[in-house]
Design a protein around this ligand. Structure first.
Ligand code: ADP
Length: 492
C-alpha cells in the first residue's frame, strides 16, 4: 500500500487553476455590543477607572467593539466575588448540583454554536472551518465531559477525599480563546472551585459571550467572573493574595514571570507554554496522508497552535518526494477571508504577530536556509501570511529552535531513528510531536523516546476532552483535559 502511494502522482498545477466560488459564512445573525463591561459577581459592571480598549477584526482591521480594561481594583472586586461565592455557595454545593449547571452551560453553548464560531473567527482571524468544526464543539464537549465528573470525584480519587482549592485565577491566550476558557473553567467548576478568568487582549469577545451564557444559566453570582485587560491585569490576578490557584496558557516568557511571582506563596500553578513540535515522516509512511498531516499541522491554523508541527523531519529516501508533494499542496491552499468556508489559512491574529512572523522569515533567509513560499494571492487589507517553507535548515538555526507561531515550516532530513529522536528532542520545548509510519512497532518505539507530552501517530492536531494535554521542559507543567485535568484543581 505504502509502495503504491509513494509513486509520483500527477502534478497539481491543473487543479490549482481551479477557482472556488466565494462561500462566506453569514454574519447577519451576529449581535455585538459597541462596548463590553466586566463580568463580576454575576453582573456586567463598568471598570472602576472607566478605561476601555478596542478589539479589531484582523482580517479587515475594522473595530468590532470596545472592551473594559480591568485594573487592580477591578481584579480585587472579581477575586473577592469569587472568594465569597466559594465560601458561601459553591464548595458547599453537592457535585450533582454543580454538574447540572455545567451541563446547562454546555448545552447553551451548543445551541449558540454558530454565533460563537462566527464571532471567534471575526475577533481572532482563524478560519470559520476551524472555529465551527474544532473550537466551539470542543469547548462544549469540555463542559459536557467535566460536568460528568462533578459528582464522581470520589471515584476519580478513591479514598483521597478531594477538596477544592478555592479561587482559581485563569489567564488565557489568543489562539483558542473560547476553547481555552472552556478548558480552564470546566474542570475548575466540576471540582468546586470558583473562577476569575482573563481573556487575551486581542480576542476578548467569545469569553464575554460565554459570560452572557453563564449569566443566563443561573450559575450563582461570583462563581465565574470574566474580565478583560492586558498583561497588568493578568499580573494583578496572579499576585492577588486570595487567589489559590493560577492556571496560565501563553508564552514561556510570561510563564517564567508567573513562576517567579508565585514561588513560595503556596499557590498551585499549572503552565501550558510554548512548543516547537517535530513532525516525523518515515520512508514507510503513507506519503499522501502524511503530506496532508503536515499541512494540517502547521498551515490550516495559521500556525497559531502551541502544538503546531513546525519542525518537519523527513527520512532521506522520501525527502524529495515529500517536499515536492508538499510544495504542490501548498500551491492549492487558499489564504484569505477567514469567514469563507473555502479558506484554508485565515488572518494572522494581530499586526504585532504578523511582524514577529515576518521577522523570523527574515532571520531564516539571512541565515542561509532555502526559502519557499506559495504564490497565492493575499488580501491587501488585514494581516495575512502565505504558507512558508525553509529547507536545508541546520539544527541550531533560530527558525528551528524558537517558536514562531505562524505558518512557517522548517524542514530537515534524517537517516536513522536514533538520529531523528536526538534531533527532535534537542530543543528546550516538549509539548507535542507527530510520527508517520506504516509500522506499529516503530510508533511504540519512538513515542516512548520523544520528550513530548502528546505524540500523534499517523494523524495530527487531534484533541479530545478525555485526553490529557501538557508539556515537558519549557513547554510547562501540569495537565489539562481528562482525569489528569481534575488533579490541578483539588487538594487530596
Ligand atoms: P502570547 O505571546 O501568546 O500573546 P502572552 O504570554 O504574552 O502570550 O499572553 C498570554 C496571556 O497572558 C494574555 O492573556 C496576556 O494578557 C497575559 N499576560 C501577559 N503578561 C502577563 C503577566 N506579566 N502576568 C500575567 N499575565 C500576563
Amino acid at each position: 500500500m505504502a509502495g503504491v502511494q509513494k509513486k509520483e502522482g500527477p502534478r497539481l498545477d491543473f487543479f490549482s487553476d481551479w477557482k472556488y466560488s466565494p462561500a462566506p459564512e453569514s454574519k447577519d445573525h451576529i449581535r455585538l455590543n459597541k462596548r463590553y463591561e466586566l463580568f463580576i459577581n454575576g453582573k456586567f459592571v463598568k471598570p472602576t477607572k472607566g478605561k476601555y480598549f478596542s478589539t479589531i477584526n484582523p482580517a479587515t482591521e475594522e473595530k468590532l467593539a470596545e472592551v473594559a480594561n480591568a485594573d487592580e481594583k477591578d481584579v480585587d472586586l472579581a477575586v473577592n466575588a469569587a472568594k465569597n461565592a466559594s465560601e458561601k455557595i459553591w464548595k458547599k454545593m453537592s457535585g450533582k448540583e454543580r454538574g447540572k449547571y455545567i451541563y446547562r452551560i454546555a448545552r447553551m453553548l451548543q445551541e449558540r454554536a454558530r454565533e460563537f464560531a462566527v464571532i471567534e473567527t471575526m475577533d481572532g482571524g482563524k478560519t470559520i472551518r476551524e472555529s465551527r468544526d474544532v473550537d466551539v464543539p470542543l469547548a462544549a464537549n469540555h463542559f459536557f465531559y467535566y460536568a460528568g465528573w462533578a459528582d464522581k470525584l470520589n471515584y476519580a480519587f478513591p479514598n483521597r477525599n478531594p477538596q477544592p482549592l478555592g479561587v482559581a485565577g485563569q489567564i488565557i491566550p489568543w489562539n483558542f480563546p473560547l476553547l481555552m476558557a472552556a478548558w480552564k473553567i470546566a474542570p475548575a467548576l466540576a471540582t468546586g472551585n470558583t473562577v476569575v478568568l482573563k481573556s487575551a487582549e486581542t480576542t476578548p469577545l467569545t469569553s464575554l459571550k460565554l459570560a452572557e451564557i453563564i449569566q443566563e444559566s443561573g450559575l450563582p453570582d461570583g462563581v465565574v467572573n470574566i474580565i478583560t485587560g492586558a498583561g497588568l491585569t493578568g499580573a494583578a490576578i496572579v499576585n492577588h493574595p486570595l487567589v489559590n490557584k493560577v492556571a496560565f496558557t501563553g508564552s514561556t516568557e510570561v510563564g517564567r514571570i508567573i513562576q517567579r511571582a508565585t514561588a513560595g506563596t503556596g499557590k498551585k500553578v499549572t503552565l501550558e507554554l510554548g512548543g516547537k513540535a517535530a513532525n516525523i515522516i518515515f520512508e514507510d509512511a503513507p506519503i499522501d496522508q502524511a503530506v496532508e498531516g503536515i499541512i494540517n499541522g502547521i498551515f490550516f491554523n495559521q500556525g497559531h497552535v502551541c502544538c503546531a508541527g513546525s519542525r518537519l523531519f523527513v527520512q532521506e529516501g522520501v525527502a524529495d518526494l515529500v517536499i515536492r508533494k508538499l510544495k504542490d499542496r501548498m500551491e492549492t491552499l487558499i489564504v484569505g477571508d477567514p469567514l469563507d468556508k473555502n479558506t484554508d489559512i485565515g488572518a494572522i491574529n494581530s499586526k504585532e504577530q504578523l511582524q514577529t512572523i515576518s521577522k523570523y522569515i527574515e532571520i531564516g533567509k539571512t541565515g542561509g536556509a532555502d526559502f519557499y513560499q506559495s504564490s497565492c494571492p493575499i488580501p491587501k487589507k488585514g494581516f495575512f501570511m502565505r504558507p512558508t517553507l525553509f529547507l536545508n535548515v541546520s539544527q541550531s538555526h533560530r527558525i528551528v529552535t524558537e517558536e514562531i507561531f505562524g505558518p512557517v515550516l522548517a524542514v530537515q532530513t534524517f537517516r536513522t531513528i536514533e538520529e531523528v529522536i536526538e534531533k527532535a528532542n534537542n530543543i528546550p520545548y516538549g509539548l507535542s510531536a507527530g510520527v508517520w509510519t506504516d509500522k506499529g512497532s516503530k510508533i511504540f518505539n519512538i513515542t516512548g523516546k520523544l520528550r513530548a507530552g502528546i505524540v500523534w501517530a499517523n494523524t495530527y492536531n487531534k484533541f479530545d476532552p478525555t485526553s490529557p494535554f501538557g508539556g515537558y521542559k519549557e513547554s510547562g507543567f501540569g495537565r489539562e483535559g481528562g482525569l489528569h485535568g481534575l488533579l490541578a484543581y483539588v487538594n487530596l
